[in-house]
Each structure stands twice: as C-alpha cells, then as structure tokens.
Design a protein around this ligand. Sequence first.
Ligand code: URA
Length: 198
Amino acid sequence: METMDSRIEVLRADIQQCRKCSLYETRHHALVGNGAENARIMLIGEAPGAEEDQQGIVFIGKAGQMLDKILMACNFSRDKHLFITNIVRCRPPGNRPPKDEEIAACLPYLERQIELINPSILITLGATALRSLAGGTSRITRDRGKWQYYGTRLMMPTYHPAALLRNPGLKKETWEDFKEVIRKYREMADPGHPCNYV
Ligand code: URA
C-alpha cells in the first residue's frame, strides 16, 4: 500500500537521483530539504550554496545563520514548526542565480513536496522563490509583506536572508513580515504559540 511515508521516500529518492538539468554534473548533494514532515510552515529559498552542497543540509551557511536568528525570535524551531527547502535542489556553480530551465525542471519536486507536507503557510525567501511561485511579473520590493495565495495555501513573500547581510536596512521590513506570519500561525495552527515580540 502507498503510505504518506513511502511517498515521501520516493520523492526523496527522485530528488537525490535527479538528472533533469545539468546541475547534477557539479553537485555534491541534491537537497531534499530539512525539518518536520508535518510542518504547518514551509520556507522556500533559492538554491543551495557551497556549504549546503557540501553537507546536504539547507541554509547552514552565513545566510542560514541569519535565518536562524529570525526563526529564534519567532520561536519557530526547524525540527518542530518548519520544513525548509529551495526552488532548485542543486548548487548552481559559483552561486549564480538558477536559470529558468533549471527552475522549470526542479519545480515539480516542490509541488509534490507541498502536497505531501501539506503546510498551511508558505514563506518565499527572495525574488527567485517569489517569481517561481507567483509568476515573473512579481516584484520582491513591491510584493513582500503581502499575503497571497499559492493554490489554496497562504504565501508570504519576504526578502532572502542573504539580502539582509548585504543590506541590513532590509531587516526591519523582514521582521514585520515574519511577525505577520506569527499572527497567522496563531490564527491557523496554535493560538498559544509563544513569542515575546508579537
Ligand atoms: N541560500 C538559499 O537560498 N538556500 C540555501 O539552502 C542556502 C542559501
């Protein structure tokens, strides 16, 4: 019988063996994502960096450390509340942005993963994730902080943590966006979710 666990395992194997674009030639790991497989919140970044490619774990480099500070302030734990993944599962060489054809090849994995994990809230981190899910006319500076729908699910676009490292002036707006997520999470999943700031 096909169970949820077996479907997750099949997806994992499909991602790890993927050769749908040329990024497989240079990768060390194809990243499935990390977190709780029943998470109510899914965070979606762009693509693995060097550190993530080496270790096979999402968001563990400098941008990941910035993300962890935000998540800690929200009282969201990677193991319990979140599943974190990327639009593209293999590292683009030299950290260039993923190409349209790489995004198109990889996106069906995310679609399957969203169906399986079934989160209520999606958070897109940066322009690539936003455009990949909401369409090419999206603009991160214009659209961040505003709820939109991805199918039946709520989606909050915000800045990528790497952008906050380059431009600390974006931290304030990003924190406003995450506070919105905490409010919505309380509404949809856990009214008692503790957070000192909201
Ligand atoms: N940047 C991303 O978008 N994803 C990662 O996993 C790491 C850095």
